[in-house]
Design a protein around this ligand. Structure first.
Ligand code: NI
Length: 166
């Protein structure tokens, strides 16, 4: 197992679109294990492969209180979104120290493949729905700050660039 370095916004590699996983093999399972370890160590509740510079459609999520309910989403797809929305204050391991409100669908249906290569489905609401939508955005090369105003985005870029130079 290994901790993977996390890319920080505004790194251009965060804007690459991830490719589908063709086959869930030991290489993919190793990436999943390393991503889970990296997420728990951070600590965070979700991590997309894009954030560790792996541009394949893999996400790990654990929104449980005791960090004992790991969700592995390979080639995830949101198959349904409610018209009802919710506003949630989001953060991101790639945007350290920045939290802001984003409006997203309140409830979603998700289809994904697990680390055994089996397709499964689930419904999500609340923080899990937020997290799935946030992580799937990463696979499209989108970071949550892109939902904020241009002024806020440029302030965040300036702040994070300063931090990286320290
Ligand atoms: Ni994120």
């Amino acid at each position: 197992m290994a901790l993977l370095p996390i890319l920080h916004y505004p790194d251009a590699r965060l804007h690459k679109k991830a490719k589908p996983v063709a086959v869930v093999d030991d290489r993919i399972r190793r990436i999943v294990r390393d991503m889970a370890e990296t997420m728990y160590a951070a600590p965070g509740i979700g991590l997309a492969a894009t954030q560790v510079d792996i541009h394949e459609r893999i996400v790990v999520i654990d929104v449980s209180e005791n960090n004992d309910d790991l969700l592995v989403l390979i080639n995830p797809v949101i198959t349904w979104k409610s018209e009802e929305t919710q506003v949630y204050e989001e953060g991101c391991l790639s945007v350290p120290g920045i939290y802001d409100e984003v409006k997203r669908a309140a409830r979603i249906k998700v289809e994904a493949t697990n680390e055994q290569g089996e397709r499964y489905e689930f419904d999500a609401e609340g923080i899990l729905a937020v997290c799935v939508q946030h992580e799937l955005d990463h696979l499209e090369g989108k970071v949550f700050v892109e939902y904020l105003s241009p002024l806020k985005q440029s302030r965040i870029k300036t702040k994070l660039r300063k931090l990286e130079k320290v």
